[in-house]
Write a protein that binds this ligand. Sequence first.
Ligand code: SF4
Ligand code: SF4
Length: 349
Amino acid sequence: MIAKTWFQLYHTKGIVKANFSVTNICNYRCNHCNIWRKYLENPELLRRELSFKEFLKISEQTTSLRWISITGGEPTLKKGLDKFLIALPDSIKLVSLNTNGSLPNKITDIIKIAAETMPKRLFYVSVSLDGPPEVHDKLRGIPGAFENSISTFLQLKQLTDEFKNVHVNFEYTITPWNLGQFEALLRYFNKTKFPASAADFVISLYETAAYYHHDDSRGSKPTLKILKEAQRIVSCFPRISLNPSTLFCRVFLALSSEYYTKRKRHPCFAGEKSVWVNPYGEVQMCIYKSQPLGNIKDYDYDLNRLVSSQKNEILELRNSCKGCWTPCESYTTLMFRPLFLIEGVVKSW
Ligand code: SF4
Ligand code: SF4
């Protein structure tokens, strides 16, 4: 099923992947992200968010769309996620979703119904987990956050036995505040006999893109310490895995250092195969190019229409881009450049 979906994505022309940042509502208080501050500072802004009905309209009007990646804020806090997932057109083959894991029962119910209704669609859920209990709770600013994530993972893991189209992993972000804690977390799992290992994780690197509502909107690169940590963590992952998340994560980590230290520019499909849609309908080329290409409402909710009308701007942005290596876009690159993926597998060995 995974190979078939990959094939379908690979052979589709136009915008294939949309990153939908569906809301800026968030119930956590993370150290490394300021999204939760947005509506405390400007509550009026909430009224401008697109509804899930409008996100559905984008999914229907953009007929080339095959992969929807849902993020926020915390997507489960926005009304209508359940209805949105089951109403998506058949052309959507893959839905990936990031959650902070705060609502175990809610996300499990939503994914269960969606997987039951659409057995031919793949669902990948990533649950945040950034260290052992005290580290994760401190980083997320909420007591009990660790237990929530663990419970969410376990409930979703149970679903994977029943539904072959459901996949779940933890997402660990390496930040300046949890260096050395990945191995500590694995030791904790070992000690408590928790049924997870490195192969159940994908890894992200802390950066300061404007999207995270940081003052520094220049999209600074990860520090050397974070990159060194990434290199150490690669060795925790199995060299051979049939799980695409594990495979891609290993390659992502190995190539991140190459990119940031040698400034070797990797291929990028932002604006060609993928775009970023913020909660207000503004479409960006990627998470870092915060200047909107336009608002989707002005283009009849069709991403291809919007992108075609902004060809010159996209070209300019691409030519002036110094590159990046964010998971949001790098996984798309690995998917659309199989030879580059093979090169990455060899380098990560
Ligand atoms: S990282 Fe996620 S959970 Fe934390 S504040 Fe940002 S949106 Fe919320
Ligand atoms: S390389 Fe990175 S910053 Fe540049 S366009 Fe691609 S995703 Fe955006």
